[in-house]
Design a protein around this ligand. Structure first.
Ligand SMILES: Nc1ncnc2c1ncn2[C@@H]1O[C@H](COP(=O)(O)OP(=O)(O)OP(=O)(O)O)[C@@H](O)[C@H]1O
Ligand SMILES: [Mg+2]
Length: 317
């Protein structure tokens, strides 16, 4: 079995035929939980021996899982999906390389460094299941309904699209990493040279930093966006002392029923971290008053746009 650390090695070991077989399995998942070998054969336009060879190799690499039941079929794993996304992002010219090991493994993502041909440094965030991200967006759940058999991959894909959308909405107005590209379950964004807030033992002006975080949360609110999982783990502080809000897949529009409560929780969590760690306090009443203001964002339109993007991507394949 190949561990996640070997993603790049695994990707580099794939030849054209393997990638083609992977893509066919991906397509086959629209109808089958386990894609029948016969179907892969029919669509590949490759000799049977070549298809069998690729399927065996992909299975051995841990990119496909085989099932020998009523018929022999294959199911894509995250590793396989990762490779398809890397391949597309490379073909598009978004990235030229990706780090050999992840720079972070979170609960719902694996994060790699990457870079473009012209020397830009990026972060590639590979989403892993995002059910919690759209707990409250019924439309998304309905859409997932008839795709239950590949739930994890689709949910991760939606999760990535959600995060990308938030970054695109906020970029330039709130300190978030600049979104570069998104494909399948992977978001590419600028790499922020900084440390997570929770790692900092001392800060020169803690009050200024606290106010900057809250100010960014308020600005996002005015853009119609509530983070929903703001904490000392999702704020980066760079060498200049500027703060960056990361990790947006679970954002909710301010028009959403839980938005107010989530906004309060976000701000209070940050404030209590500063109180505990640095003894800094801040009057939050003003902030909470701000959160009462209405917003004009059309939630349905945003969700429709995200669904359309996923459908378009699926059609392209
Ligand atoms: N744009 C970025 N620039 C620099 N580092 C980043 C960036 N995005 C993510 N990271 C790093 O990767 C880690 C995980 O990213 P993120 O918080 O977005 O995902 P996550 O799945 O929520 O992880 P966790 O469950 O640990 O919170 C971050 O804590 C940070 O160290
Ligand atoms: Mg995080």
């Amino acid at each position: 079995m190949v561990s996640v650390r070997d993603l790049v090695k695994a990707y580099e070991s794939l030849d054209k035929a393997d990638l083609r077989v992977l893509r066919i399995v991906e397509l086959g998942h629209r109808r089958h939980e386990y894609v029948p070998v016969e179907l892969v054969l029919a669509y590949s336009h490759m000799p049977k021996t070549a298809v069998s060879r690729s399927l065996a190799k992909l299975n051995w690499l841990g990119m496909l899982v085989r099932r020998v039941g009523p018929y022999m079929g294959y199911k894509m794993t995250f590793l396989g999906y990762d490779c398809l996304a890397i391949h597309t992002l490379r073909k598009r010219g978004t990235i030229e390389y990706i780090s050999s090991a992840p720079i972070g493994v979170g609960k719902e993502s694996v994060v790699y460094m990457g870079g473009s041909a012209d020397g830009e440094r990026y972060v590639l965030k590979f989403h892993r299941v995002g059910l919690t991200s759209f707990r409250n967006v019924r439309k998304l759940r309905t859409w997932l309904g008839d795709r239950r058999h590949v739930t994890q991959l689709y949910e991760s894909r939606l999760s990535a699209q959600m995060e990308y959308k938030a970054l695109a909405l906020l970029n330039g107005r709130v300190n978030v990493p600049r979104p570069i590209d998104v494909n399948r379950h992977v978001v590419v964004m600028d790499h922020i040279e900084g440390l997570e807030l929770y790692r900092l033992r001392s800060v020169e002006e803690p009050r200024r930093v606290l106010e900057a975080v809250v100010d960014n949360a308020v600005r996002a609110y005015h853009m119609g966006v509530v983070h929903g999982d703001l904490s000392e783990y999702n704020v980066l502080v760079d060498v200049e002392g500027d703060v960056w809000l990361i990790d947006w897949p679970q954002w909710v529009p301010t028009a959403h029923g839980s938005a107010q409560a989530l906004f309060r929780r976000d701000v209070e969590r940050i404030a209590s971290f500063f109180a505990k760690r640095f003894g800094t306090s801040m009057d939050l009443d003003k902030v909470h008053a701000v959160s009462g203001t209405a917003t004009s964002m059309d939630v349905d339109a945003v969700v429709d746009e995200i669904l359309k993007r996923v459908e378009d991507e699926l059609r392209e394949e």
